[in-house]
Design a protein around this ligand. Structure first.
Ligand SMILES: COc1ccc([C@@H]2N[C@@H](C)[C@@H](O)[C@H]2O)cc1
Length: 449
């Protein structure tokens, strides 16, 4: 262990109520929306292959042409209530919304730059109606904020000269001002999801970022900040020089999911996932592998089974409407959650040996185990290995309690659940009520003598 001033300030998980609420979410929605949503990955009739929200950085597009998109941003179809209703039906317990992506366009009328919705034909704040509508639908809001800001002339990728450091000092003040402004304007928001923090100039700001994080936490007790915000004084990101997690949860699982519990090191974490292979902002082409509802449900189940939250991304169009493919995915996920949400919300890693048929989750604070079945074996026999001295007192299909199962014990703490049919078309859940085997009463009586 080396002594660090700006490393992790807490080891192990947060134990407060605000973090327990975050830990219980299970399913979240990500929204990437901004000027990049207008071109949707196309420019002058050409389709580009990169992620649509990065179009400003691609060759063949002049920066000034992109920046002029601000004069065309007028999302007349934007309906915060409808967005929140779709998220609520899907079963999302929180939403992470882009307040400012790398291009620097602010969806709120920031006082610290003119590159905001206030300078667009739309004029009005977009974040407040979203926060209000989602909160009204019982959904918490986390604000996505990109430190990297291509619109700000003081932004630097690295600090090489005196001029660089003078400019970057201005940039740091600007960044702090915007973050405090967001916390002041949207007091019900639960956290900040930082991005654009990998370049050297920011990585060198360990002391500044550490102080800013402390200041924001003081301003908003319970505030949740992930591991991507700041580096330690040795430039170490996500995990400090001593291997301790920075921030409150690991933010590294972007478009990927851990395979084993050891990979999560006992930390909280979220996985943020795109529906296409790699498109966050609206992408008109919608090409390549588009994940199906069952694939997305399996990702959700896998994340929760390994102590994480699954955050599915939506990319609304420049006009404020949500594309029909995303709405139908949300609807189908919601239909599944309506029956099976008990196996997702407030659930955690069950501590059982993984099996090929799917994933175990456990209701936090109980001995209730859920079997989320995605891969029905041709045998129809689902193997379950419980901790020693644990037995299954009841087994039934979630949503159909009359459909019970009598486990076949094949050896101590190992059973088969025999499915009645192997022709299920969609994922389903079996609930296992388990109990610790009490000692044999005879033995107890003898002891009493
Ligand atoms: C250098 O590679 C990337 C990849 C994705 C990102 C951004 N993070 C995601 C959450 C999206 O916002 C994507 O634009 C940034 C840099």
């Amino acid at each position: 262990k080396v002594s660090l001033v700006h490393g992790a300030h807490r080891t192990g998980r947060r134990t407060d109520a605000a973090m327990a609420r975050w830990r219980a979410y299970g399913l979240g929605q990500f929204i990437h929306w901004g000027l990049y949503s207008i071109p949707g990955g196309e420019w002058d009739g050409k389709t580009y292959n990169g992620a649509a929200e990065w179009i400003r950085s691609w060759d063949g597009i002049t920066k000034s042409a992109y920046d002029s998109l601000i004069y065309h941003f007028n999302p007349v179809k934007f309906d915060a209530t409808a967005w929140a209703a779709a998220a609520q039906q899907m079963g999302a317990k929180y939403v992470t919304i882009t307040t400012k992506h790398h291009d620097g366009f602010c969806l709120w009328p920031s006082k610290y730059t003119s590159y905001t919705v206030a300078s667009s034909p739309y004029k009005k704040d977009l974040i407040k109606p979203l926060v209000d509508a989602y909160n009204k639908a019982g959904i918490d809001v986390i604000l996505y904020f990109s430190i990297m800001d291509w619109s700000n002339p003081d932004w630097r990728y690295d600090i090489k000269t005196k001029d660089d450091s003078i400019a970057f000092e201005r940039f740091k003040k600007f960044t702090r001002n915007q973050l405090l402004e967001l916390l002041e304007r949207y007091p019900t928001t639960k956290g900040l999801w930082f991005d654009g923090t990998w370049d050297n100039a920011w990585v060198k700001q360990a002391a500044f970022a550490d102080e800013l994080e402390t200041e924001m936490r003081k301003m908003r007790p319970g505030l949740i900040i992930g591991s991507r915000f700041r580096a330690d004084e040795n430039g170490k990101r996500h995990f400090d020089t001593n291997g301790q997690l920075m921030g409150d949860y690991e933010q590294g699982w972007e478009r990927k999911i851990p395979n084993t519990i050891t990979e999560v090191h006992g930390n909280d974490w979220d996985c943020v996932m795109t529906v296409p292979e790699n498109q966050w902002g609206y992408n008109a082409a919608w090409k390549g592998h588009i994940k199906t509802t069952d694939e997305l449900l399996e990702m959700l189940a896998k994340c929760v089974s390994l102590d994480g939250n699954f955050v599915l991304n939506f990319g609304p169009k420049g006009d404020g409407s949500i594309r029909k493919e995303e709405l139908s995915l949300a609807r189908e996920i919601g239909d599944w959650m309506a029956v099976n949400q008990e196996a997702i919300y407030g659930c955690e890693y069950a501590g059982l040996e993984p099996q090929n048929w799917g994933y175990f989750t456990k209701k936090t604070g109980t001995d209730k185990i859920y079997m989320l079945v995605f891969n029905v074996p041709v045998s129809g026999a689902l193997r379950v290995k419980l901790p020693v001295q644990t037995s299954i007192s009841k087994a039934y299909r979630l949503g159909q309690p009359a459909q019970t199962f009598v486990p076949e014990e094949i050896q101590a703490s190992e059973s088969f659940i025999h499915l009645k049919t192997t022709s299920e078309k969609h994922p389903f859940v079996i609930v296992l009520e388990t109990a610790k085997k009490t000692e044999n009463p005879k033995v107890k009586y003898e002891k009493a003598k």
